[in-house]
Design a binder for this molecule. Structure first.
Ligand code: 13P
Length: 283
């Protein structure tokens, strides 16, 4: 069933669990996300990044994703990830997304507040919830996201930002990176605890890929209700395609079968996150 993102995240906050937000951009990534969540009987958020819009038809994608979400046995929300343009946000709201992320993290605080408030007012009129970011997540290896400067979130800024913008969820920069870590992850969990004490809304962790399980578990203890995951799933899919490209048998296989196998390859990677975030024992 398609459920408002806010409902899913407020429930997660009450239960001290987190929900996975998988970056999706085609049928297979949507189906794999829903399959992974259904197998664990957990909600899931499917998130399309604005950066995919040049090649993914937003309205067509939304119709497909919403139809699959409605048939799902578990709650599914449809989120627009890292949107920099108001136009993309308006389009996403019009075609039924249940939440949007406005990313004004490159602006200084006052400007980020003004821009984010404008988006939050607009989205709330349509009953759509809003995620925003202060501080900035930098880019590790194999990521498809824009480079951030790695500025960590200041708790006092977080409090002011949430009060003045009225956003529903806050992406806190605590040292995770988009993509895989190239060295030891340096995640500031103490800072996260200070941010949690400063604001009451659900907190979001960007850069789920490669983040050690123990750190994710502690982050959930300290208010993280949504963890975004992209790169680890993409790497598994690309490895599958490389295996196909170097196999004589796969070279004679129909694309539909290769894509179906790719979906079955990435679903377990997603399931690992769904389980971890639900704080269930890993098999
Ligand atoms: P990863 O690519 O590190 O999983 O991060 C995804 C993300 O945060 C998307 O917003």
């Amino acid at each position: 069933m398609l459920i408002p993102t806010k409902e899913i995240l407020l429930a997660a906050q009450r239960e001290k669990k987190a929900v996975a937000a998988f970056n999706v951009f085609n049928l297979e990534t949507v189906q794999a996300s829903v399959q992974a969540a259904e197998e664990e009987n957990r909600p899931v958020i499917i998130a399309l990044g604005e950066r995919y819009l040049p090649t993914v038809d937003l309205e067509g994608f939304a119709a497909m994703a919403i139809a699959i979400a409605r048939k799902a046995a578990i709650p599914v929300a449809l989120h627009l990830d890292h949107a920099y343009e108001k136009e993309s946000i308006v389009r996403a709201i019009r075609c039924g997304f249940t939440s949007v992320m406005y990313d004004g993290s490159k602006y200084e605080l006052g400007e980020n507040i003004a821009r984010t408030k404008d988006i939050a007012d607009l989205a709330h009129m349509a009953g759509v919830s809003v995620e925003a970011e202060i501080g900035s997540v930098s880019r590790g290896a194999f990521s498809d996201e824009e480079e951030g400067d790695g500025r960590l979130t200041d708790p006092a800024d977080a409090k002011r930002f949430v009060e003045e913008t009225g956003v529903d969820f806050l992406a806190a920069a605590i040292g995770t990176v988009h993509g895989m870590y190239t060295g030891e992850p340096k995640i500031d969990l103490e800072l996260l605890r200070e941010i949690e004490a400063a604001v009451t809304i659900p907190l979001v962790l960007h850069g789920g890929s490669g983040t050690p399980d123990a750190i994710i578990a502690q982050a959930i203890e300290s208010g993280i209700c949504k963890v975004n995951v992209n790169t680890e799933v993409s790497l598994a899919a690309v490895s599958h395609l490389i295996r196909c490209a170097s196999s004589a048998e796969a070279q004679r296989t129909h694309l539909s079968a290769i894509m179906a196998d790719m979906q079955y390859t990435i679903a377990p990677v997603m399931k690992k996150f769904v389980k971890l975030l639900a704080r269930q024992e890993q098999a």
